[in-house]
Design a protein around this ligand. Sequence first.
Ligand SMILES: [Zn+2]
Length: 222
Amino acid sequence: MTTRLPKDLTLEEVGDDHIPGSLETPLRPDAFEMDDDLKIELIKKHFKEIMQIMGLDLTDDSLKGTPERVAKMYVKEVFSGLNPKNKPKVRLFENKYNYTQMLVEKDITLYSYCEHHFVPIIGKAHVAYFSGNNKVIGLSKLNRIVQYFAKRPQVQERLTEQIAQELKEALKTDDVAVVIDAAHLCVSSRGIKDTTSSTVTSHYSGKFLQEKYKNEFLKYLG
Ligand SMILES: [Zn+2]
């Protein structure tokens, strides 16, 4: 697909670079006309073909189940965040303790996939907010929101923004911060083979634009 490339660039010119896209995951309007079972069936068929083209013997006991395993994993697990029906339902609770300080949920395990190479992005997400309208969220929902957006083919910048956007909507406040620190297997295991680098992205809004709150948040991350 060349449609998402900046207008004047061809795929050859972009080469191995990761190019930024828009905030929305580029989905087609008919993305969910097929149900999950049909998607699994079709992906299985096509993945089998890829393996066959690579010369693998699909009658081998160890390989023959792979196309189906990959298809199920794509649709039901690692890319399940593409489907809005899997979006976590968020309920807010009365802030009974009148807790008005920053709340930080740190070291949220993050597994995503680079949309340019379809290999894993592995890291940690850290999110923080100040409760708006005296409402709080169940803590595990913060993890679920992170994981929902991670389970898509992603670029880290977009993932960061999507999580921040959703936190603002769910928590009804602009006072949110998101930091993601992740290693991209497309960088560490291939291409330039840098095994130690990680990529850090962040989003600060509302109160977190003030140095003192941003610094407090970063201090908790250590
Ligand atoms: Zn990549």
